[in-house]
Design a protein around this ligand. Sequence first.
Ligand code: FE2
Length: 420
Amino acid sequence: MISTTPRLDRATLVDWYQRNRERSAQIFALVDDDAFFQRPIPLRHPFIFYEGHLPAFSFLTLNERALGEEPIDPAFEKLFERGIDPDSSGAAKAHERSDWPSRETVERFARTCDERVIDALLHATLIDPSVPKLRRGQAAYTVLEHEPMHHETLLYIIHQLDYAKKGRIPQAHHDHAPPHNPMQIVEAGTAHLGADPDAIRFGWDNEFGPQRVEVPRFAMARYPVTNGDWLRFVEAGGPVPEFWIERDGEFFLRGAFEELPLPRSWPVYVSHDQAQAYADWAGMRLPSEAQFHRAAYGAPDGADRNYPWGAAQPNALHGNFDFERYDPEPVDAHPAGASAWEIEDLIGNGWEWTSSVFAPFPGFEPMASYPQYSADFFDGKHYVMKGASPVTARELIRPSFRNWFYSDYPYMYAKFRCVM
Ligand SMILES: [Fe+2]
């Protein structure tokens, strides 16, 4: 079992906050000034919203709502409080506005928020078992994990921006023929979903509490489905993924910062609906959330692992995550990340779609610091994703972490594999 001693080192928290803020600044710096008020994905706000949202959320969540401090600027705090997840461009129109404040004004507000948040991380009472928002340091960790989740969102929005309107982070790319992809047997056993609040440092509300699911024996592909695999599906009449560009009968990949000849050995990024269509065509299925857990964290000896590869903290040998890259890499690039069943690339290189509708575990309680975080999405229309993408921060990599998206949302860094 995972066990973490509850402790809270203020210097570590401040360092984490500042690393988050620096990464935010690097990401915003990628966007050209004239694109800053645009929305490359119509279902999301323009970049200026996120520049205000990140510090406003931190200040509201920690200083104002958990610690009871006075507001900095109530109008800005309201303007920047919440992101959007409308299900259509029509619904997104309701959120359009032409009177965003200037970048200078937003950045000045952000600096004030940062000073106050850092001051609280250094000096305030961050853990108080009698205050729900401060139980186990909840508000502080909510702030610290919220920002890197937005880094991922921002980067996939920037992905859709014209290359001419953004800067570029240099990366080397490798590709080769897709590897042979055998089906690996996962023996019947218990999948442990959901965390015990006392066993992990912090978790979002949808991660609790502990569930035991008996999973019959099944087989899972050693690697996720590649662009090379998907090409055969397209030739058989399957849809062309959003990340592909077709020109003169040839396919290219829309990479984060440059267009590439279609890398056949990289995982294909597709929506849940597209992944489901592929699995149907292949005569297989998408794994359930419990099957993913069993494949990633289960082992023949019956003892669960912290990570597919064992107990070692996640590092660059184990998978493509934590901003080492901004695009995928070959699905067989990380044999050191293999699970006990010799299944690879489970953590990193793209989230993995499951067949499980995003729903609360029994005993679910909305978290005091952010009650809408999950509860707004239990609508039967979002599906669970597990694992991590190239731009998922290492702090978010834990067995209980769940991501979720609409089944037809095509912009996510999400891959999949089949089971039978
Ligand atoms: Fe947010």
